[in-house]
Design a binder for this molecule. Sequence first.
Ligand SMILES: Nc1ncnc2c1ncn2[C@@H]1O[C@H](COP(=O)(O)OP(=O)(O)O)[C@@H](O)[C@H]1O
Ligand SMILES: [Mg+2]
Length: 265
Amino acid sequence: MNREVTETGTREVLAARGLVKQYGAFTAVDGVDLTVHAGEIFGLLGPNGAGKTTTVNMCTGLLRPTAGTVRIDGLDVEREGRAAKRLIGYVPDEPYLYEKLTAREFVHFMGELYGVRSRLDERVEELLNYFGLLDAADNLIGGFSHGMKQKTGLCGMLVHDPLLLVLDEPTVGLDPKSARLLKNTLLTLAARGRAVVLCTHILEIAEAICDRVGILDGGRVVAEGTVEGLRQAARGGSAESLEEVFLRLTGGDEEGLVVEALISS
Ligand SMILES: Nc1ncnc2c1ncn2[C@@H]1O[C@H](COP(=O)(O)OP(=O)(O)O)[C@@H](O)[C@H]1O
Ligand SMILES: [Mg+2]
């Protein structure tokens, strides 16, 4: 990595305040506040349709909020968009890559887009090597599996060494080895002072690597804290899995009721 970030723990890398997104009469995100510090991995959890993608799209400046503000390391995403966006690396849930570019061309292109001047060629090769893409680096992205596209997207996201990394459902389509590589990469980057926001509906990932999580449901944060803190708050200290906390808070235990109904009939 090029630079070290020293103010880990106190530096607010992401500060979203009062985020609202309305689509017509429908409110997809309903007053969300998020703070993520340097050195932290924050998990944004929630069932499908909770508003995770909409929230991070507003945080990265891709989507304009109906109300609310977002600051990236103090920069306003709307008013200082160019400078703010340089600090962000984003991998969307569907990796929209340029299918007619090779993996190597794509990562190089992303580096140029983000204004990487020093050692770009070396950095591209390092990243391709790190994600096991060197053998396929001259193949067109259009022929890649979802997992390989994800890994190519990750290279593109990391090439400018962003301060804030935002990943939307990053392990979908990754084989277990690549998923582990990604988890270790995020832990290392956080240890070096980057901030990470991870949207996921897979609780095991959150339990494994997130310092803090927020549970989103119906566009609102219904719980926030450390994984351990949420467990304790939910059941006065006794061990409840994050999954149980999650299902109860998001009303998802209907599945259990359905199974019970099936059994008793
Ligand atoms: N462009 C859009 N127009 C209308 N509704 C949308 C749009 N994008 C998302 N939504 C709705 O907003 C809600 C939140 O979606 P999303 O942020 O994708 O949830 P998640 O990522 O948690 O699954 C869903 O009900 C979704 O159908
Ligand atoms: Mg989503």
